[in-house]
Design a protein around this ligand. Sequence first.
Ligand code: AMP
Ligand code: TRP
Length: 334
Amino acid sequence: MATGRIFSGVQPTGNLHLGNYLGAIRNFVRLQHDYECIYCVVDMHAITVWQDPAELKSTTREVAAAYLAAGIDPKQSIIFNQSQVAAHAQLAWIFNCIARMGWLNRMTQFKEKAGKHRENASVGLFVYPNLMAADILAYKATHVPVGEDQKQHLELCRDIAQKFNNDFGVEYFPITEPLILGAATRVMSLRDGSSKMSKSDPSDNSRINVTDDADTIARKIRRAKTDPEPLPETREGLKDRPEADNLLGIWAALSEQTKDEAVAEFAGGQFSEFKQRLADLAVEKLSPIADEMRRLMAEPDHVDAVLADGAARADAIARPILDEVKDIVGFLRQ
Ligand code: AMP
Ligand code: TRP
């Protein structure tokens, strides 16, 4: 077993997609054999933008079900939802007082999500990365598996840990390493190779949802945007062809090949044939997960029990760490 502790999270905001699976959840499953792992459903992050309360309960269970269905073992790893462990909010407040406005002003995700209506964005959306740092550091996690889009937030987490350690003259928090693994760390939209596949894209055709049925997956891949050229002969041939690059990246990740191997396999071929094979492979990999998620969603009490057990175990790790942090900061406690 490698030394270190893994923490990661997924927001329960609906439409769990292939990017979430290949960029994050599939790696979560693999890492649990080598590390102590804590996997969170970050419901507190979700409410930085409006969430319907009944739907939030259901999407929280859905992410938990996806973790289980993908193969995370709740006995070996910890699965829980963030709001059940108070340390996250408590440490986030301390980090609100450590992080600087200038740091947060540089966060590209805030700029994207707040859009033109910055004045109208919630304060929570602005300090979102501080809560994320609290998630990680409440467990002194050493490694965080994520997709590429989270890189900047993890750099902020390192800055917060460093500033905390400096300000208080301690070597307390670890400087956490991101783990950005696999051939598809940034899966792009099927409709536009220059934008990321995302839960919030208004076009459902832009993404493959983990719960899509076989016909839907095949149709979305068939209609995915491509260019008129055949598939390239070499890796260099993917330059300036973002859609081909994306689809071959998805193929590589699903088939456990490198991108070079994927390019070689389809070199000079037609998209129509490649898309058929890609659709078959995506269905083969995703449909067992979707079936198991449906089975679990029909047993909400079971999912809730997994989350409650996980929360108790997470709390047992975070509580003594938070106590030490309080001592360092100068808070009196019992
Ligand atoms: P989110 O959907 O923002 O909660 O993201 C959950 C996890 O999925 C994070 O580790 C993200 O980096 C990862 N992720 C989200 N979208 C993509 C994507 N299009 N490609 C690869 N990873 C992604
Ligand atoms: N911000 C992450 C995302 O949207 C989710 C997240 C919240 C997270 N807290 C985390 C990921 C801690 C890794 C570690 O994808």
